[in-house]
Design a protein. Structure first.
Length: 108
């Protein structure tokens, strides 16, 4: 279980770094007006090395996520380790209640 968690964290960090290293599709848009109009929305060529690496890291991330989910669901762990003992409700206080004062009748 610990090995899966360590691999999962390493893949998370690697995936973040790989995505941040990649250039966006509009990165060459400024140079595109100089003549290369096919690069405005990205090339349709083969996948680059970083794209393949991103795909591989994403697959490993999904597999480790599923393994962690299944292993935690099988354990049946809860957040609360022990339930607090139920307490009896407090006894009502025996404070005497004053009777309401009589309402005077209106004069006619």
């Amino acid at each position: 279980m610990t090995v899966i968690v360590v691999v999962h964290v390493l893949v998370c960090v690697a995936l973040i770094l790989i995505v941040l290293l990649q250039a966006g599709k509009g990165a060459e848009m400024g140079a595109a007006f100089g003549g290369a109009s096919q690069t405005i929305f990205g090339s349709a060529g083969a996948m680059g090395f970083l794209s393949k690496l991103t795909t591989f890291a994403a697959v490993i991330f999904m597999i480790t996520s599923l393994l962690l989910t299944f292993s935690s669901a099988r354990k049946g762990s809860t957040i609360m380790k022990e339930r607090p003992a139920p307490t009896a409700p407090a006894a009502p206080s025996q404070v005497p209640v004053e009777p309401p004062a009589p309402v005077p009748e209106p004069k006619k």
